[in-house]
Design a protein. Structure first.
Length: 272
């Protein structure tokens, strides 16, 4: 019924209790969860989750905040993306929230890493899982520049596609992402009392371009805010979205799962 499009089950808070996490998913009717890679050093753990459990899938990538991580080459990403049950490239993007005394100009290493992921996405025709924080202008401009949109992939490779995950940006940023045919994914933040502006953005985004996620173990939705998050809590995000859209919960569950099928095409190419 529900698809959690972004979680981190290899993180210690969840991996240590994986049988209980999977059982809770079953009880909550969460049929699938995509385990997101944040470091190459941990990719094998992420991939093992996907190959060991029929409800789980994987991506490959290095998070922009992981400054001390092994720097991914294009070949690093391409080789791992070819493995079974890998459905996307990322988590990638830009994060200027904690500059720690540096300037935006000093963050060229992040921009270079992001470009490498964009190229890997085009080479494999896999969707990008994009993280952006305090960096939306650069995130969008580099995506437009490197994504092949102007030439419509005149070099024969696909244009970039993907999702802006855990979306907390403005309607203008959402509109720009939608104009590139990207999806928008909402997390438990959508349920927070102080997220009225974000709920208005969710009202604006068409249902056929929305995914839902937990980003677990972080950002547990109300009424579990402050607890360890898990994929079993993604229905609370769907319920909030249903209230915003004035739709039955089952319609939101079906639509967001269908959207995940369209974006992460390997989910349906090899469903089990």
């Amino acid at each position: 019924m529900f698809t959690d499009s972004h979680c981190h089950l290899n993180f210690p808070e969840l991996q240590a209790q994986l049988p209980a996490v999977l059982d809770a998913m079953r009880l909550a009717q969460v049929d699938r969860a995509i385990c997101i890679s944040t470091r190459l050093e941990h990719f094998d753990d992420v991939h093992a989750l996907a190959t060991g459990h029929t409800k789980l899938w994987a991506t490959v990538g290095v998070h922009p905040d992981e400054e001390d991580a092994q720097e991914p080459t294009l070949d690093d990403l391409l080789v791992r993306a070819a493995r079974p049950r890998v459905v996307g490239i990322g988590e990638t993007g830009l994060d200027y929230y904690r500059l720690n005394g540096r300037s935006v100009a000093d963050m060229e290493w992040q921009r270079s890493r992001y470009r490498t992921h964009i190229e890997a996405g085009r080479r494999t025709d896999l969707p990008l899982v994009i993280h952006t924080r305090s960096a939306s202008d650069d995130t969008l401009s580099i995506l437009r520049e490197a994504g092949g949109f102007e030439s419509r992939a005149g070099d024969g490779s696909p244009v970039s596609r993907g999702v802006f995950h855990c979306f907390t940006e403005t309607e203008a940023v959402a509109r720009a992402a939608l104009d590139l045919d990207f999806y928008i994914s909402f997390s438990g933040i959508l349920t927070f009392r102080n997220a009225a502006d974000l709920r208005e953005v969710a009202r604006f985004v068409p249902l056929d371009r929305i995914l839902i996620e937990t980003d677990s173990p972080y950002l547990a939705p109300v009424p579990h805010r402050g607890k360890t998050n898990s994929p079993a809590f993604v229905p609370f995000v769907a319920q909030q979205l249903a209230e915003i859209k004035g739709l039955p919960l089952h319609e939101v569950a079906a639509a967001t799962s269908q959207n995940a099928d369209r974006l992460f095409q390997r989910l349906t190419a090899h469903p089990s």
